[in-house]
Design a protein around this ligand. Structure first.
Ligand SMILES: [Zn+2]
Length: 251
C-alpha cells in the first residue's frame, strides 16, 4: 500500500493461489534481506528468513484478497518493497454487493486478521504437541513471539521468524495511520461518523500517531528503521493534508 504498482521485470515471480494472481517483484526479496541483515548468519538463515517473510506477507495479502473476492471484486496480489498489497479493479464489478464502507473495513481488517489467525494456530499447534511456548515482546522488529520449541533447528528457526513477522506486521498495520490497514479502517469509520470532515480527521490522526511513533522509535526503541518508516508516513500524510488546504471535500 505504500507504493504504486511497480513495473513488470524479468525477475518477477508470478503464480496463482486460490485462483488469485500473485506477483512477487525482485525488490521484495531485496528489502527482506535488508530487514534481516542484523541477524542472518549464513545461507541457511537467509533462505529460512526469506521463506518466513514471504509466507507471512503472502498470508496477510491473501486475507485481504479473499475477502475482496467475497464482496464480488476480482483481486490480485503484488509483493513489492516493504510488504505488499492486494488490489482490485475499482471499475470492474462482476457479481456481488461490493460491501460499501462495511466491506472496505472487513477487507482492511482481513489482512492482519489472517496473519494473527495463522500465528495463533501455530502457537496452539506448538503447545498441543507438547512443546514449550514462551513469549517475549520486543524491538527492533516490532512485537515478537519467541518459542522454546525443540522440533528441529531448522523448523524452530522458521516458526520463530514466521510468527514474529506475522505478529509484528499485524500490529504495525493495525495502527490508525493511512494508508496502513488500521488507517483505512479509521478513515472509513471517521467518514461514516462525519462525511464532511472524516478524511481530514483521518489525515490529522495519521500525522499525530505516525509522529508519536517516530519519536518513540528514536527515543525509546532506538530503531532507525522504524523511525524512518513512521517519519515517512507522518510526512506523507502531512503533505496530503497541506495539499487539501483544509478543505473538507473535493477528494
Ligand atoms: Zn494489509
Amino acid at each position: 500500500m505504500l507504493l504504486g504498482e511497480p513495473e513488470r521485470t524479468q525477475a518477477d515471480l508470478c503464480f496463482r493461489l486460490l485462483g488469485i494472481p500473485v506477483r512477487v517483484h525482485p525488490f521484495f526479496w531485496l528489502v527482506a534481506v535488508i530487514l534481516g541483515a542484523n541477524f542472518i548468519e549464513g545461507p541457511k538463515d537467509l533462505v529460512l528468513w526469506l521463506l518466513a517473510v514471504f509466507t507471512a506477507i503472502l498470508v496477510h495479502e491473501l486475507g485481504h484478497a479473499v475477502v475482496m473476492r467475497l464482496f464480488g471484486y476480482r483481486p490480485s496480489i503484488t509483493l513489492y518493497g516493504l510488504g505488499g498489497y492486494a488490489s482490485y479493479d475499482r471499475f470492474w464489478r462482476g457479481s456481488g454487493w461490493g460491501g460499501g464502507a462495511f466491506g472496505q473495513i472487513l477487507i482492511s481488517a482481513a489482512g492482519p486478521g489472517a496473519s494473527l489467525l495463522l500465528a495463533f494456530l501455530i502457537i496452539v499447534g506448538v503447545w498441543v504437541t507438547g512443546h514449550p511456548v514462551r513469549f517475549f515482546w520486543g524491538l527492533p522488529y516490532g512485537f515478537t513471539a519467541v518459542f522454546a520449541l525443540g522440533f528441529s533447528e531448522i523448523l524452530d528457526q522458521f516458526l520463530l521468524w514466521l510468527t514474529g513477522v506475522l505478529i509484528a506486521w499485524s500490529f504495525l498495520n493495525l495502527l490508525p495511520i493511512y494508508p496502513l490497514d488500521g488507517g483505512q479502517i479509521a478513515r472509513e469509520l471517521l467518514v461514516w461518523a462525519n462525511p464532511r470532515q472524516g478524511i481530514l480527521q483521518s489525515l490529522v490522526l495519521s500525522v499525530l500517531v505516525a509522529g508519536a511513533f517516530c519519536a518513540a522509535s528514536l527515543v525509546l526503541w532506538k530503531s532507525w528503521f522504524l523511525a524512518i518508516l513512521f517519519g515517512y508516513l507522518a510526512f506523507a500524510n502531512f503533505m496530503t493534508l497541506q495539499a487539501s488546504g483544509g478543505r473538507s471535500s473535493g477528494w
